[in-house]
Design a protein. Structure first.
Length: 169
């Protein structure tokens, strides 16, 4: 996946209907609008269009709307789950050995991943209405019960947040 592919808003690989089939989240807690790049079992690029109509802006903060950092982190986590889900559903034949070994003991379908930890979390700049929040998720380690992913969020090429996230099934 090239940088140009990840930034091209016209090149949507998976839209909101596919995302809603892949994630259990629903508005107002769904924070990914489209997937614009996928390198199966490696990385995914997605985005969220941030609008003043997003429910969290009603209270955070009146007069100075800022997307809560924890929701930026949640958006990165949702992008991470889409990386796993779309890789698993559509590219299982390309899965690394660790995943294929897991497949022998039972598949991942119907299972829910939960946050286990977040490390190296940094918030760099606020996200405000009108921003397009670009999300990048990349696998660090996978297989077994724990999966580790790095997440990055940017607006107009400027980093807004980053984290190393671990999920458990």
């Amino acid at each position: 996946m090239t940088t140009d592919e990840a930034k091209d808003p016209q090149r949507i690989l998976y839209g909101i209907s596919e995302i809603m089939k892949a994630l259990p989240h629903r508005p107002p807690f769904l924070f990914v609008d489209g997937v614009v790049g996928l390198e199966p079992w490696k990385s995914l690029a997605a985005y969220k269009n941030v609008t003043i109509n997003d429910e969290f802006f009603r209270g955070h903060f009146p007069g100075t709307p800022v997307m809560p950092g924890v929701l930026v982190l949640e958006a990165m986590a949702q992008a991470s789950m889409l990386l796993l889900t779309f890789s698993y559903r559509f590219h299982l034949d390309q899965a690394p050995v660790e995943v294929k070994d897991l497949e022998k003991g039972g598949d991942l379908s119907g299972r829910i991943a939960y946050f286990a930890s977040c490390d190296k979390v940094k918030f760099r700049r606020p996200v405000v209405p009108g921003d397009r929040l670009d999300l990048q998720a990349s696998f660090v380690r996978f297989g077994g019960r724990l999966w580790k992913v790095t997440g990055k969020a940017t607006v107009d090429g400027q980093r807004t947040a980053e984290a190393v996230m671990t999920a458990t099934f």
